[in-house]
Design a protein around this ligand. Structure first.
Ligand SMILES: [Zn+2]
Length: 143
């Protein structure tokens, strides 16, 4: 009945360190046992935010699943799209909020890139369109 699990230290951007419990596989639903919840430690280990992959150092780790573990804790399943590293752990509200901010920033960067890409594509399209117009290749029935 004992789940295989490992404990890892995670340091928040604030410098606060928490101990995170990882389960070998899928953890059972009821995770409110006090011994399994991470607890704050002294800020002494290197920074490792949730969005950074432990395996390949990619900063694109994202949550595949969130579960409320207790009032102030979340069980988060993580996945790295770069190397397929996966983990799950129970994190306190603060870490999850920080992670959420990182995700928002990540999304913003992605949207910005996408917009840039769209603009690039659009200007190509527009250039093609203009050429076609000049060549009288576009007829009213094309619309
Ligand atoms: Zn990775």
């Amino acid at each position: 009945m004992e789940q295989e699990r490992s404990v890892r230290k995670v340091t928040l951007s604030s410098g606060r360190t928490v101990e995170v419990v990882y389960y070998g596989d899928e953890a059972p639903a009821g995770l409110a046992e006090p011994g399994l919840v991470e607890r704050p430690l002294l800020p002494d280990s290197p920074l490792r935010p949730l969005h950074e992959c432990e395996h390949c150092d990619s900063g694109l780790v994202y949550p595949t699943h969130w579960d409320e573990a207790s009032e102030e804790h979340w069980k988060v399943h993580l996945r790295c799209p770069n190397c397929e590293w996966r983990a799950s752990g129970i994190f306190d509200q603060e870490i999850v909020e920080h992670f959420d901010e990182q995700l928002d920033q990540g999304t913003e960067v992605m949207v910005r890139d996408l917009k840039r890409l769209m603009q690039a594509n659009m200007s190509e399209e527009i250039a093609r369109f203009m050429k076609a117009l000049e060549a009288d290749a576009i007829l009213p029935e094309d619309f």
